[in-house]
Design a protein around this ligand. Sequence first.
Ligand SMILES: [Fe+2]
Ligand SMILES: [Fe+2]
Length: 172
Amino acid sequence: MLSPKIVKAINHQINRELFSGYLYLGMSSAATSLGLMGIANWFFVQMQEEMIHARMMFDYVNRQGGRPLLESIEEPPQKYADPKAMFKKTLEHEREVTKLINNIVSLARVENDHATEIFYQFFVTEQIEEEANPLDILRKLELVGDGNGLFLLDKELGMRVFTLPSQAQIQP
Ligand SMILES: [Fe+2]
Ligand SMILES: [Fe+2]
C-alpha cells in the first residue's frame, strides 16, 4: 500500500513523463520541418520511452492499490532554431527530471516505503542515460558543424529503435 503523499508524488511524475513525451514529440516535429529525419526519429523514440516510463509508474500505482489521477499537460515549446537548441533543451529538461526522481526516492525514504524506493532505482539509473545521451549528441553537433557532418550524424540518429526496457512490467 502506498501513502497518500507517495501516490500524489507518483501521479505528478506520471504527468511529467507524459509532458516529456509531448516535449520530444514537438522536437520530432521541429526536426522534420528542418528536413532532419534522423533527428526526428531519435526524438520520436525518445517520446516512446517517456510513454513507457509513464506506463510503468501508472501500473505501479494501480498494483499498489492507489489511484492514478491525471493532471493536465501543458503545450510544449515547438520552435527551435536548430538541432543544437533541441538537444540543449533536452539536457536541461532531463536534469530537471533527475531532480524530480531523486525527490521521490527521498520521500520514499522518509515514508519508510521500501517498495517505492526499489521501484524508482530503475529511473535513477535511467536518468544517467537520459542526461548522457543529449550531452553526447551536443558534443558531436559542436564537432560536426552544419555541413556534411550534420548529414551523417542525422543518419546515425535515424538508426535509433525503440526497445521495451526489461524492467517494464506491463500489465496485460
Ligand atoms: Fe522519463
Ligand atoms: Fe527522459
